[in-house]
Design a protein around this ligand. Structure first.
Ligand code: ATP
Ligand code: MG
Length: 248
């Protein structure tokens, strides 16, 4: 069964007298971490979502000047991280579409895949939300989904200027604060610092197995971040120790 028919079947199996509610969590997921998972879980609970589909980006248009890991690695990490939650699924829709990823295309393609009897809830952190009015197709975006902006440490969650978002199409909500970013995780791996408990265990192992993030490309950009990403002193990368000493 293809992903498209599986998604459609999942939606069609649903019989409860109300419309199916699908959360959409877009991201680069390089790597996926507990901040993403908690945000999705909280929004799912608050809006009684039937499913949250995680959609790893192809080439994110906001990150075109940056190195991003292979789509297959980001996709597999997303599958591993979400596998234990029966309501979480992963879509290849963005990584299989050539060219840069725009949310408007994601939502159109998901609509084609899932049909009209589904309400979409697009989940976004405070940093991404503050950019939303610059996104391609913004005038149409809010017709395609209800947007949910969640709190994120280090970023202010603010309502866009009045009149910019149609009434009732955006909800701001507070979620437990996890000061974790993918950038911080990459920097920590490159510096030989642990990422246990910032990401699911399977992701620690996957990163080690594939030798991801050995090069410290993010260090410069990272300066100024706080929390889980505090830069360690000059530590040499030593990915092998994740296996020898798993609970360092
Ligand atoms: P990077 O540092 O590479 O930008 P990231 O941690 O911001 O990675 P993304 O894949 O860019 O992760 O983010 C995907 C979505 O998840 C965005 O909407 C982002 O705002 C949200 N998000 C990421 N981390 C958190 C967090 N700790 N708390 C709440 N939302 C988050
Ligand atoms: Mg980000």
């Amino acid at each position: 069964m293809t992903e498209r028919t599986a998604g459609l079947a999942r939606t069609r199996r649903f019989r409860s007298g109300r419309r199916y509610r699908l959360g959409v969590m877009g991201g680069t997921f390089d790597p996926i971490h507990h901040g993403h998972l908690v945000a999705a879980s909280e929004v799912a609970s608050r809006f009684a979502l039937d499913e949250v589909v995680f959609v790893p980006t192809g080439r994110p248009w906001q990150k075109e000047d940056k190195e991003v890991s292979e789509p297959e690695d980001r996709y597999l990490m997303t599958v591993i991280a979400t596998a234990s939650n029966p309501r979480f699924t992963v879509s290849r829709i963005d990584i299989d579409r050539p060219g840069p990823t725009y949310t408007i295309d994601t939502l159109h393609d998901l609509r084609t895949e899932r049909g009209d009897d589904v309400d979409f809830y697009f989940i976004t952190g405070a940093d991404a939300l503050s950019q939303i009015l610059t996104w391609r197709g913004v005038e149409e975006l809010f017709d395609l989904a209800h947007f949910v902006g969640v709190t994120r440490p280090g970023h202010e969650l603010t309502e866009p200027p009045i009149g910019q978002v149609p009434d009732g199409q955006l909800t701001l909500m507070e979620v437990p604060a996890l000061s974790i970013s993918s950038t911080a995780c990459r920097v920590r791996v490159a510096a030989g610092e642990p990422i246990w408990y910032l990401v699911p265990d399977g992701i620690v192992q996957y990163i080690a197995k594939r030798g991801l993030y050995q090069h410290d490309d993010d260090r410069q950009q990272f300066e100024g971040h706080s929390g889980a990403g505090t830069l360690p002193a000059n530590r040499l990368p030593d990915i092998g120790k994740f296996f020898d000493d798993p609970y360092q």
